[in-house]
Design a protein around this ligand. Structure first.
Ligand code: HEC
Length: 261
């Protein structure tokens, strides 16, 4: 029937719009790169949301492992409140780092314990120091990494699980590691998560390598796109609005033209 068909068409069109704008993951260019293995993340799809327990564990992985080399300069400790950490927990975490502040009344810089309003502590004072400690390579800031790399969280997951021995005939440059998913396959970062239990979770979750990788990918996605949930909720409202508006428009059209036929 026409009414049904029209409503269906509207719904399909709205679905397509939503899919294009909200649910779809950026596809990886088929430029000879290895296809990424697919992981289901809680934030995928139209009704996607963050798994806060996983993101909290992911922060722990970042703090204990990744933050030895990578900064996340766009985040402040107080942002962690959005992941469900208490004020006291955030204070405690911030206080574990020493922050350079000043000048004081004598004109001197001094160190003090971190506060919730401080940005995440960077492991190196400058780029040169970061490179010197990493075989010349620069560990990129991870604040926006899931947006900066095609594939986002899927890429981060693939990268962290993509280490293997180089295939026969491939010689690695000194200090480099073979990774299936890194463009060019030679990466200066050694496999950061390689053994179960590298991080000890307090919520009873088993810290397998896969679990730690998924948790840190969840955390990095939240860090790069904290507004993802609102964006998706707004998308769902828009779709509903369009469907209702479409239905109304059709009903009005039928009414107006009823006598003409
Ligand atoms: C020992 C230092 C070190 C640790 C620890 C470390 N990384 Fe790295 N990471 C690097 C370096 C160096 C690079 C740059 C590699 C290159 O360009 O060859 C890098 C690059 C990356 C990249 C970018 C890859 C790309 O596509 O350019 C990501 C993502 C990443 N690291 C994530 C992580 C995560 C997540 C952790 C924690 C689980 C972590 N790293 C731990 C040193 C480290």
């Amino acid at each position: 029937m026409p009414v049904k068909a029209t409503l269906k068409a509207i719904a399909v069109a709205a679905g397509l719009l939503a899919g294009a704008g909200l649910g779809a993951l950026p596809a990886r260019a088929a430029g000879g790169e290895t296809a990424l293995p697919h992981v289901n993340f809680s934030f995928d799809g139209l009704f996607g949301h963050f798994d806060r327990a996983s993101a909290q564990r992911g922060f722990q992985v970042y703090k204990e492992v990744c933050s030895n080399c990578h900064s996340m300069h766009l985040l402040s400790y107080r942002n962690l409140r959005e992941l469900g950490l208490s004020e006291a927990q955030v204070r405690g975490i911030a206080a574990t780092v020493q922050v350079k502040d000043g000048p004081n009344d004598e004109g001197e810089m001094f160190e003090r314990p971190g506060r919730p309003s401080d940005r995440f502590h960077s492991p190196f004072p400058n780029e040169q120091a970061a490179r010197a400690a990493n075989n010349g390579a620069l560990p990129p800031d991870l604040s926006l990494i899931t947006k900066a790399r095609e594939g986002g969280a899927q890429y981060v997951h693939a990268l962290l699980t993509g280490y293997e021995d180089p295939p026969a005939g491939v010689t690695l440059m000194p200090g480099m590691n073979y990774n299936k998913y890194f463009p060019g396959h030679q990466i200066a970062m050694a496999q950061p998560l390689s053994a179960e239990g590298q991080v000890e979770y307090t919520d009873g979750t088993k810290p397998t390598v896969e679990q730690m990788v998924e948790d840190v990918a969840q955390f990095l996605t939240w860090a790069a796109e904290p507004e993802l949930e609102q964006r998706k909720a707004m998308g769902v409202k828009m779709v509903l609005f369009l469907v209702i508006l479409g239905g109304l428009a059709y009903a009005v059209k039928r009414k107006v033209w009823a006598d003409v036929h």
